[in-house]
Design a protein around this ligand. Structure first.
Ligand code: NAP
Ligand code: NAG
Length: 330
């Protein structure tokens, strides 16, 4: 029983990868159209110091948004800010420390951000890790689940009042969650969210990305039912050549390199759908979508399961220490 439970997630992940590569072989990447300037809008991009997050931060800054890069490396963050400012002298971009693997750091980040009295129009939940060896966050959560999902779950909830206040019915604020095609093969195990019984890095990554989709749909439904002007969408960037793949084992690295060179998207291409979701006038008032290559598409059947969404929400609240509150009341 143990062998299949270890090998299956790996096989499933590679199969999804192949499918995405086939798509990328035959389909061009979506290109971001020219958007109107967005001066005065404030955006937070988690993991915005490199990879797709950096490209997203850079693009939103060029549109006139005030961008806060939220990341766990001050050195990288400040370097990213400097690089964006070199291209764009008037760009409003800054770094603020956030370690998504620490609930305390998330609270501190939000407190500091709120202390400045800025509005918040766009939150991009982009940071993530993949295929890390079995390890835990500061609070003892399995790292993929804790950082990719629970960290963003808490961050989003703590920033929700600012997002609600900054939106209006003809100009909604936007939450964008970066998931992945791996969510299609993700299995959410509510009895063992932390993968304690049998750890598979592949399974844990896919589960964290599925949790992000379930959470986003549930949040959108709750916001809509209460009439709040906040839109939540999920973005799937495709396969993109970034440091995310640094934890692949050596043989897989050797295969990945030429394949990435031929078929992976560049970080700027990978970021294009998130930028679209964050800035496109066509996305005004649109929420609860799964966007891939600039278009709406279906996510996995499981991701639409409303019971599962509600159960996950309740467990997540308990894990990060949030009151379930009236959100859970249907
Ligand atoms: N690349 C792909 O093919 C692909 C496919 C599907 C989905 N995605 C998703 O796209 C998103 C962006 O990834 P990427 O490909 O651009 O990879 P990346 O270049 O490795 O970027 C990930 C970002 O997350 C940050 N991060 C990691 N741990 C953090 C923590 N504890 N607190 C705060 N920030 C943290 C990283 O900062 P440090 O490195 O400084 O820690 C980095 O800035 C991820 O959510 C990923 O799952 C990527
Ligand atoms: C290319 O994109 C189209 C439209 O999204 C899709 O129907 C088709 O399956 C894609 N091609 C491949 C090989 O995936």
């Amino acid at each position: 029983m143990r062998l299949p439970t270890l090998i299956l997630p790996v096989l499933k992940l590679y199969l999804v990868g192949l499918k995405v590569l086939l798509y990328q072989l035959f389909n061009k990447s979506f290109t971001v159209p020219v958007f109107p300037k967005q001066n005065g809008r404030v955006a937070i991009v988690t993991g915005g110091a490199k990879g797709m997050g950096y490209e997203t931060a850079r693009h939103l800054t060029s549109l006139g948004m005030h961008v806060v890069i939220a990341g766990n490396s001050e050195e990288e963050g400040l370097a990213a800010v400097q690089k964006i400012r070199e291209e764009n002298k008037k760009g409003k971009v800054e770094f603020q420390f956030l370690d998504l693997a620490s609930l305390k750091s998330i609270h501190q980040f939000v407190q500091t951000f709120k202390g400045r009295g800025l509005p918040l129009h766009v939150l991009i939940n982009n940071a993530g890790v993949m295929l890390v060896p079995e390890s835990q966050t500061e609070d003892g959560f399995e790292l993929h689940l804790g950082l990719n999902y629970l960290g963003h779950f808490l961050l989003t909830n703590l920033l929700l009042d600012a997002l609600k206040r900054s939106g209006s019915h003809d100009s909604c604020t936007r939450i964008i969650t970066v998931s992945s095609a791996t969510h299609y093969v993700g299995v959410l195990n509510l009895q063992d969210l932390q993968s304690r019984s049998c750890y598979s890095a592949h399974g844990a990554y896919a589960q964290s990305k599925l949790a992000l989709v379930l959470f986003s749909y549930y949040l959108q439904q709750k916001l809509t039912s209460k009439g709040f002007p906040v839109m939540v969408n999920v973005v799937d960037p495709g396969m993109v050549n970034t440091d995310l793949y640094k934890n692949l084992c050596t043989p897989a690295q050797l295969i990945k390199r030429p394949v990435a060179w031929l078929l992976f998207r560049t970080p700027a291409e990978g970021a294009s759908t998130a930028i679209y979701a964050a800035a496109s006038p066509a996305m005004e008032g649109v929420g609860g979508c799964y966007l891939y290559n600039g278009r709406r598409t279906q996510s996995s059947t499981t991701s639409y399961d409303e019971d599962l969404q509600a159960q996950l929400w309740r467990q997540s609240c308990a894990l990060v220490g949030l009151p379930v509150g009236d959100w859970s009341a249907n």
